[in-house]
Design a protein around this ligand. Sequence first.
Ligand SMILES: Cc1cc2nc3c(=O)[nH]c(=O)nc-3n(C[C@H](O)[C@H](O)[C@H](O)COP(=O)(O)OP(=O)(O)OC[C@H]3O[C@@H](n4cnc5c(N)ncnc54)[C@H](O)[C@@H]3O)c2cc1C
Ligand code: SF4
Ligand code: SF4
Length: 419
Amino acid sequence: MSSDPISTMVSRNLCTGCGACAGAFPDLIRMIDDPVNGRRPVVEASPEGRRAAEDARSWCAGATTTWHDLDRSDAIDRDWGPVLAAWEGWASDEEIRHRGSSGGAVTALADFALSSGAADGVAHIAARADDPRLNEAVISRDRAGLLRGAGSRYAQASPAESLGTIAGGDENVAFIGKPCDVASAHKAMQTDATLASKVPLTIAIFCAGAPNLVATDRLLDRLGVPKDGNLVDLRYRGEGWPGLMQAEWIDGDGTRHVSEGISYAEGWGRVLQSDRRWRCRVCSDHTGAFADISVGDPWHAPPGGDTDAGRSLIVARTARGKAFVEAAIRAGALIAETRRRDVIARAQPNLRATHGAVWGRRAAMRLLGLPAPRDRGQGLLRLWLGLPLRGKMQSFAGTWKRVIRERLWRRVRIAGLAR
Ligand SMILES: Cc1cc2nc3c(=O)[nH]c(=O)nc-3n(C[C@H](O)[C@H](O)[C@H](O)COP(=O)(O)OP(=O)(O)OC[C@H]3O[C@@H](n4cnc5c(N)ncnc54)[C@H](O)[C@@H]3O)c2cc1C
Ligand code: SF4
Ligand code: SF4
């Protein structure tokens, strides 16, 4: 029997791991943590499983997105997706600001969604209590729940698993995720009007790529966590800006230990980023073009140390996103100042170059007979043409080398986590 469409997405390296398909059909499609290939869906091998996978395709943005309907009027919008307005700011709640990844703006906006009555719940991810190396999709209804998710987790996570619960429930739920998670949520809402009516707001975090579990385990080694230690906490960011990567574990005698904290620069640069999935390297939206609001680090004005008071870059992508940020500022939930719309380019120069390289990487894949994602109407060729000659050549040559080194023509097979 030929493979179903969701399993094909996984095996051909097109799946981002957002979890929307599993959220739509939780009894027939489930997400599995594969240490190398990431958190990916596995479809029940039955006619019902196949039918579910066929239906779930309409919620999946892994292979295709459409940018034609996004409101883009000038060069900034064409480079980054709609940028209606931008701010630099932080949560007025000191604990949220401190625990947040940059300035806690995402958690502050989520908390304001709850306190203002705009949402009854907020769908986001949090570290699993039984194994903090892994993440779970949760819906929080209070500040304490939201704080569980504060701080970026540079690891696999599938927040769109909550979309099915939202569609089947009777609450309004705001949605937080990476750009690929929000792209699937956006696609699902376009297909399912009932779901759309229950999601009052989407917030995307900027994302350069999600490392796999092998990378997380390497981080734990670097932090000196013994293999037989019972891991009880693992932080990648937060507790200041950009924050330290740090773990806590309990040894066989019941003594709690706190590891050394290593800098974000070391942890991301030397330990984690090399194990981002291939799908992330051909991702063309690292800043959440499909969200109402997207939030990242204002790297154009970097912190002086590792645990400074945090600041977030906040971008309104839609009119409702802009109105929501303005209301949060008026209510005092968010302290923020407006910035020129081109601040996104100054804050994330590396991501613009990455978007440009993606056209070359995908073209090289297609020349080699490999499937590549399509983002219709985004205009990636224009970004690629703007790269220096060296960058253009590198996007092709680097892809060819990687295809050979990682044998990317082979089908990806998902194996569950050995426990
Ligand atoms: C894998 C990864 C790569 C990133 N790359 C960049 C980058 O290149 N440039 C940049 O400016 N910023 C990047 N960020 C985002 C940045 O670290 C901050 O998350 C962002 O600035 C928001 O900070 P905050 O303090 O406002 O959010 P917080 O208040 O800390 O809230 C963060 C929210 O993000 C959610 N979240 C955390 N990890 C994940 C995950 N893995 N998947 C889905 N949701 C998650 C949490 O549930 C929480 O709701 C990345 C984040 C991740 C997870
Ligand atoms: S919906 Fe998300 S998890 Fe499912 S196949 Fe598509 S990209 Fe992968
Ligand atoms: S780089 Fe793109 S595909 Fe990868 S996790 Fe981030 S948003 Fe998703």
